[in-house]
Ligand binder design. Sequence first.
Ligand code: ATP
Ligand code: MG
Length: 384
Amino acid sequence: MNSVKNALYVVNKLIRNGYQAYFVGGCVRDYLLKLPSNDIDITTSATPYEVMRLFKAKLTGEKYGTVTILDERVNIEVTTFRTEEGYHDFRRPDKVVFTTDVKEDVTRRDFTINALLMDEKMTVYDYVGGRDDLNKGLINAVGDPKERFKEDSLRLLRAVYFQAKLGFKIGEETFINMKENASLITHLPNERVLDELFKILSHEHQLMALKTLKETNLNNYLPGLKKGIDYIVSNITFPLFIDAFFALSFTLNKTVPRAWKFSNFHFNKYQKTVELALKNTIIDELVIYQYGLEISLLANKVLFILKKQDNEKRKIEALFHNLKIKSVTDLEIKGSDILALTSKKQGAWLKKLLAELVELVILNKIANNKDDLLNYAREKLNEE
Ligand code: ATP
Ligand code: MG
């Protein structure tokens, strides 16, 4: 587990060498909430090159003044006190300016609960009202929310992510400004939105966060997800797995929008699930053979959530387990065996006949042994 205690040596050494240094951001918030931290952020008056002289470290963000300490136990990032200027792409500052005043460093941060400082004695310094918000369970922007969301529109989704993670309420003014500026997320690269969405979906308070996506109208700018989010907010009382969330949303949307940069694997999985769920047929042996176990289960889950089918998880798993064959290559005869029975040339007829044999074997109408299959094929050929 990551903990500020494991990174205390870094703060202490910086101080011993005459620099100011504090824990900052998520790790202070999580420490006060007694939660484990993903990573430890330290802010210091030392420049990146001064930090590199003191520790085994690598420069991971020169422009932003960030150095990563090489420590196998914990991920520690040390960043020089800085302010940011000029945001023209709704995401990144044009310019980063190093400063010696730690107060300037905290006021550039996104939310008050993420802008607390803590020194080597675990004394907390709060210049933005973050302590109070932490106690009340509130997510509030640092400073003017409108400005902060315009500077960097990723913060709109980060607010929702912290809600998903912590179960906090979003402060009123921050919420109003999220709603007014929701469309700004269209300026973000799709990959960044998807990353943030994955984070939102994989945390405990997913349903609360989805409600916020709806109420702030952020869901209008998430291609193909609006109907899904609306449905979940009105009908579901348990968090969904990520796959179920996307499969349900895209089924209601009738297709997977190309806008999302899914891997081919995920795109195909969702698209096939949508295709199957839209058919709304009983998921029997043949469907399971054709679509595979994962997609069959996912489609059933979607249809269950939509109240169109019972939850057939166990039945589908058992059917899959008992499938006589899982692919055409499992048939006890090959195309060449059938060709040997006839003077006909290879063609579509052969593929069709093999598919028919597959179906008969799957449905237990014929045994998967060479003699029975050859007899059937022979009769079929004689009929013609
Ligand atoms: P997590 O638990 O997900 O790591 P975190 O608060 O540590 O949450 P990080 O993305 O690791 O979030 O960022 C570390 C800190 O950097 C934040 O707590 C915040 O102070 C600041 N920060 C990160 N991203 C932004 C942003 N887009 N705008 C302003 N400040 C930010
Ligand atoms: Mg972090």
